[in-house]
Ligand binder design. Structure first.
Ligand SMILES: [Zn+2]
Length: 317
């Protein structure tokens, strides 16, 4: 339940500051942690024991495995590592061991990591949602990295360390590929893109604690609150899998991204009109439905992808 409160204008300022602080400290780059953990939990539930054990064996070799165990609490250690790995590429955005290329000086390499770069441009691929605008710029490596990471995991010549580094990224990026605004940006006549809706201000009356937000963040948060873990995560995942069937095709990264881009064209943007649109009840209901369906599709597809990659050689263990 969300408690709606009526406040005078004077007492709204702390809320506005909180909202601003939240936005400044948590740049929107992905489904939030709830979205990624739900996808990972759904994938784990639909993986066979052989794939689970191969995946768990690789994650145990990740340099941050002990940190994941500490955060996962009393969950099954292998499931806990899998859930925590799903948000690791976002977690390192706030981790001082790592640096943002082009913005900060490189930080010293630590054992087990190829380097300490945050790789912020792996999370998206920006293309105009309308194919008529095909000449406009595109940026981001989501499409290429999904293919490259799968190669690293499947190649028997990859070292254990290379696999351990690649796997959390793959788990995470399968989720990102299903978020419509990770696959598209609208471009203005000046050639400026909206960074997957990050530059589109909206008012979301369905989030009364910080109604002023941007469209990308709105989509990231649709699957659930970022603190969703444990039993609540499991029951949410189970109700989602009861509501939505597995997708008819597993597809390829290029197909997942094409679907997301089409959804960005047809459904992700509120109708044009106001300079700062207010999300309507109809738009919100459609968006929630769509985001939940994409989370379920991503979960099943992640399981299929891992089965495919780990079936032959058990992940090089
Ligand atoms: Zn991401």
């Amino acid at each position: 339940m969300i408690a709606r409160t009526t406040r005078g204008t004077g007492s709204r300022w702390p809320l506005i500051w909180l909202a601003l602080l939240w936005q400044l400290t948590t740049p929107a780059l992905a489904w939030n942690a709830a979205g990624h953990r739900l996808i990972a939990y759904l994938a784990w539930e639909s993986m066979d024991p052989t794939t689970r054990s191969a995946v768990a064996g690789v994650l145990r070799r990740h340099p941050d495995f002990a940190r994941w165990q500490a955060r996962a609490g009393d969950a099954d250690p292998d499931l806990g590592a899998f859930l925590e790995a799903s948000t690791w590429p976002d977690d390192i955005r706030h981790d001082k061991r790592f640096f943002s290329a082009g913005l900060e000086e490189p930080t010293p390499a630590l054992p087990g990591f190829p380097d300490m770069e945050r790789r912020l441009n792996w999370h998206y691929v920006d293309r105009p949602p309308d194919s008529g605008q095909a000449a406009a710029a595109s940026a981001g490596q989501l499409d290429r990295q999904l293919v490259a990471l799968a190669h690293t995991l499947a190649d028997p010549r990859s070292s254990v360390g290379e696999r351990a580094y690649a796997l959390p990224w793959l788990i995470h990026l399968v989720g990102d590929a299903h978020q419509p605004l990770h696959a598209a940006s609208r471009y203005g006549s000046d050639g400026q893109g909206d960074s997957g809706g990050n530059a589109v201000e909206i008012v979301n009356p369905f989030q009364p604690h910080y109604p002023s937000t941007n469209l990308h963040r709105y989509w990231d948060e649709l699957p659930g609150p970022p603190w969703l873990r444990g039993r609540q995560l499991q029951s949410t995942a189970r109700s989602l899998s009861a509501l939505y069937q597995p997708p008819p095709v597993s597809g390829t990264p290029a197909q997942w991204i094409a679907e997301s881009r089409e959804l960005a064209r047809t459904a992700a943007y509120p109708p044009a009109g106001d300079a700062v649109p207010t999300i309507s009840a109809t738009f919100h209901a459609n968006s929630l439905e769509l985001a939940r369906r994409r989370v379920v599709e991503a979960g099943y597809r992640l399981a299929e992808e891992l089965k495919r990659l780990f079936a032959d050689h058990g992940g090089g263990q």
